[in-house]
Design a protein around this ligand. Structure first.
Ligand code: TXA
Ligand code: MG
Length: 330
């Protein structure tokens, strides 16, 4: 299969031929990678089970891992979820369009393959003009996981998508790097109290300010049965072995002494260490926006190892620490 890459000159006015061509492809069962504010998604019509099956095939994704359905308007929700509780309405009013995914009992219109056969569907309205225009033009909600091979790093640029999926999907819409850089916060509203399934850009504190206390999930432990297969410890990982370390300078020095070529994500560079040092910002959202791009870049350098300085154990760093742990486990 040939993957067409269409570059959008101006992502703020996406009523262009490229987006219309992508919408047409989606309507006829094709796969299109498109930008959202978090990471690039690999979209298919959420109402077309054979198109969604191709998403699983292109990613090599286990069939029990359900997909997020993306909508552009609240009027699309009736095709995705069976109920729309007041809690969901309040969260949507505050955070949509934006990086918050809500899990609710599914509508009958959503095929089994989207939900992994389960009774719930995950839904969000992405805050990206290209994504919103594309969904509206396609005329269907889009099932879209991150546009990477299963288990690998999520893509924050069209080049990242190409590296993983070129030849396996029909089209990539390139609108430049994504703004948020980590995947959406996933909140399960099908249980009471609501439960955090995946930390993300929208923080616990922001959610609790709207709906009161929610259940915090043990982020690293592997629960049984799995409430969300995205919680599998090994996920979002570079190909280069990666370790997370407090006081990482000593570990980097040790690895360098062992003769290894080391990439190092740090907060304070020690220029005397013979490692490829990347000095990361001390602000969690800024760090998150850069994280995957830096890991993708280090992964291209033929290093023996990536060492990452563990960010502070604070709630504001929850999403970043979660992704770093997954990228380094196993
Ligand atoms: O920011 C994002 O969420 C990106 C962009 C493209 O929207 N999408 C994304 O999709 O990260 P994916 O497939 O890589 O991750 C979806 C996560 C997985 O952890 C999956 O298990 C969980 O959401 N999920 C999806 N449907 C679910 C459901 N019905 N119940 C529980 N978890 C669900
Ligand atoms: Mg993913």
């Amino acid at each position: 299969m040939r993957t067409t890459v269409l570059a959008l000159i101006d992502a703020t006015t996406p009523q262009c031929a490229a987006v219309m061509a992508a919408a047409e492809l989606l309507r006829s069962g094709g796969l299109v990678a498109f930008p959202t504010e978090t990471v690039y998604g690999l979209g298919a019509s959420a109402l077309d089970p054979s198109a969604v099956a191709r998403v699983f095939e292109a990613k090599g994704r286990p069939a029990n891992n359900p997909l997020i359905v993306h909508v552009a308007d609240l009027s699309d929700l009736a095709r995705v979820v069976a109920v729309w509780p007041d809690l969901a309405q309040r969260l949507a009013e505050r955070f949509w369009p934006g990086p918050l995914t809500l899990v609710l009992p599914r509508a009958a219109t959503i095929p089994d393959i989207v939900t992994g056969g389960g009774p719930t569907a995950a839904v969000r309205m992405p805050a990206h003009p290209v994504a919103l225009t594309l969904i509206r033009a396609a005329g269907v909600p889009l099932a879209a996981p991150s546009a990477n091979r299963s288990g690998e790093l999520s893509p924050t640029t069209a080049e990242h998508v190409q590296r993983g999926l070129s030849g396996r999907i029909d089209m990539i819409l390139d609108a430049g790097p994504t703004r948020v850089g980590v995947e959406s916060t996933v909140l399960d509203l099908s249980v009471s109290p609501p439960r955090l399934l995946r930390p993300g850009h929208i923080t616990l504190a922001e959610i609790e300010a709207i709906i009161g206390p929610i259940k915090r999930h043990a982020i690293v432990a592997e629960p049984k049965p799995l409430p969300s297969p995205g919680l599998l410890p090994k996920h979002y990982a570079p190909r280069t072995p990666m370790e997370l370390q407090a006081g990482s300078a000593a570990r980097v020095a040790e690895r360098v002494r062992q003769g290894q070529k080391v990439g190092w994500l740090t907060f304070t560079a020690k220029p005397d260490l013979a490692a490829v040092a990347v000095v990361m910002p001390r602000e969690p959202a800024v760090y998150a926006a850069r994280l995957y791009a830096e890991l993708h870049a280090l992964d291209q350098m033929g290093l023996d190892r990536i060492v990452v300085e563990m960010p502070p154990d604070e709630e504001a760093w929850l999403a970043v620490r979660d992704r770093l742990r997954r990228a380094s486990s196993g």
